[in-house]
Design a protein around this ligand. Structure first.
Ligand SMILES: C[S@@+](CC[C@H](N)C(=O)[O-])C[C@H]1O[C@@H](n2cnc3c(N)ncnc32)[C@H](O)[C@@H]1O
Length: 412
């Protein structure tokens, strides 16, 4: 049954929202002010499928990608830039307000730059045994086969062909494969997950793909299959030898923008702790003027950070350690002589670490986050512990998606 709906607002996932009598109804790819024809989505009373736009918003623009609307990677290619920026910043303001936090939120910083430098594609055999290689569909366990992705950086050139070649080399796939491709300074670095153990024939076939596509490295679950050159990435002044499948900020511009904000907020602190440090995009830059202690759960990342710091001349001392900060957060006593703490946890936030910081005397805490909801929760803990939230800046490295990065400063 087709319904005719008027869209009232844009939800935090970029869906059009209709104010229903009992609950809001979400219509993906519809914009505020539009009248649309929509159909029910079985099993989801609060969702509709957009059939056609009957009265379009003046903010509607043509998407840049032919896969938009099917591929789940982007949510808002149909929205003009100015309202897109307003919406993204407003989502953060709203998340803070919902947590009872009134804070000055700065303008959204555009950090798309040249585009994404890291993607994960999925591959599997679909109906009639047809191979599918692409991104996950929106809210469905389906793969959308793609032949391009305009939001990726030129340095990822060839990643679609590589992913197809890997899927073909591994032959019939029982389970879906995840193929993570990272653009490094030495070429593409690829890690394949989900294939199960490989026999000699399949390993040889993968190595041949690596050779044909001139990959820097190809690993399976982090184990080496083939390497032409050890992949590295310049981070600040340091050159970091990358472990397989590392965490990296999605765009180079995003990493630079976040690091610039962190450096500015840390100021002239002399002893800094960088928590959830990853490969050290903050630690390695901060070490140009401060002594840094970096803490991170991933031992390979810790080792890479540590080596990069040792091999870079002119840095102040950097110590790096592997530690689970969810189970063993740095406690007040360990933070006694620290001038500033930076923390940048995964999406679930850093509740235990926020509690430990709230009990500390550290004068400046800079929080970096990729999740407004968990950021708001952790911010409320710091504020309850006596910190003042002085500055919040949203950074947009996931253009066209609902994801936003946050850099916030707390002082006491
Ligand atoms: C959002 S990333 C940030 C990394 C780095 N700051 C950057 O900008 O590239 C979060 C980091 O937290 C690390 N991590 C996840 N769980 C952790 C835990 N329980 N304890 C410590 N580190 C953790 C991840 O390995 C990852 O490197």
């Amino acid at each position: 049954m087709t319904e005719h709906l008027t869209i009232a607002s844009l939800g935090r996932r970029g869906d059009g929202v209709v104010d229903g009598p009992e609950f809001p109804i979400y219509v993906p790819y519809a914009l505020p002010g539009e009248t649309v024809a929509a159909e029910p989505v079985p099993g989801h009373p609060d969702r509709r499928r957009l059939v056609r736009v009957e009265v379009a918003s003046p903010d509607r623009i043509a998407p840049i990608c032919p896969h938009f609307g099917v591929c789940g990677g982007c949510a808002t290619q149909h929205l003009a830039e100015a309202p897109y920026r307003t919406w993204k910043r407003a989502c953060l303001v709203e998340a803070l307000r919902a947590a009872g936090i009134e804070a000055p939120v700065g303008a959204l910083i555009d950090a798309h730059g040249e585009g994404r430098r890291r993607v994960t594609l999925h591959a599997r055999r679909g109906t009639r045994d047809i191979l599918q290689v692409g991104f996950a569909a929106q809210r469905a366990h389906e793969i959308v086969p793609i032949d391009r992705c305009p939001v990726t950086a030129p340095s990822l050139k060839g990643f679609v062909e590589v992913a197809w070649a890997i899927a073909e080399a591994l032959g019939p796939l029982k389970k879906p494969l995840d193929i993570q491709v990272t653009a490094t300074d030495d070429g593409l670095d690829v890690d394949v997950r989900g294939s199960g153990p490989l026999n000699a024939g399949r390993t040889g076939a993968l190595a041949a793909v690596s050779e044909t596509h001139r990959l820097a490295r190809l690993t399976r679950h982090g184990e080496m299959v083939a390497q032409r050159v050890a992949p590295t990435l310049k981070i600040g002044r340091a050159v970091v030898a990358l472990p397989p499948g590392p965490f990296l900020q999605a765009t180079a511009a995003g990493e630079a923008a976040l690091a610039r904000l962190v450096e500015a907020q840390v100021g002239d602190a002399k002893r800094v702790v960088d928590l959830f440090a990853g490969l050290g995009p903050f630690a390695l830059r901060l070490a140009e003027r401060a002594k840094v202690r970096a803490v991170e759960i991933d031992a390979a990342a810790v080792q890479a950070l540590s080596r990069a710091a040792q091999n870079t001349s002119g840095l102040k001392p950097v110590t790096a350690e592997a530690r689970d900060l969810f189970r063993r957060p740095l406690v007040a006593q360990e933070l006694m002589k620290v001038d500033a703490v930076v923390f940048d946890p995964p999406r679930q936030g850093a509740e235990a670490q926020a509690r430990a910081l709230a009990a500390s005397r550290v004068p400046v805490v800079v929080a970096v986050s990729c999740n407004a909801a968990t950021f708001a929760r952790d911010a409320a803990i710091l504020i309850a512990g006596g910190y003042r939230l002085t500055d919040v800046t949203p950074v947009d490295q996931f253009r066209y998606s609902y994801h936003v990065e946050i850099v916030a400063t707390f002082v006491r």
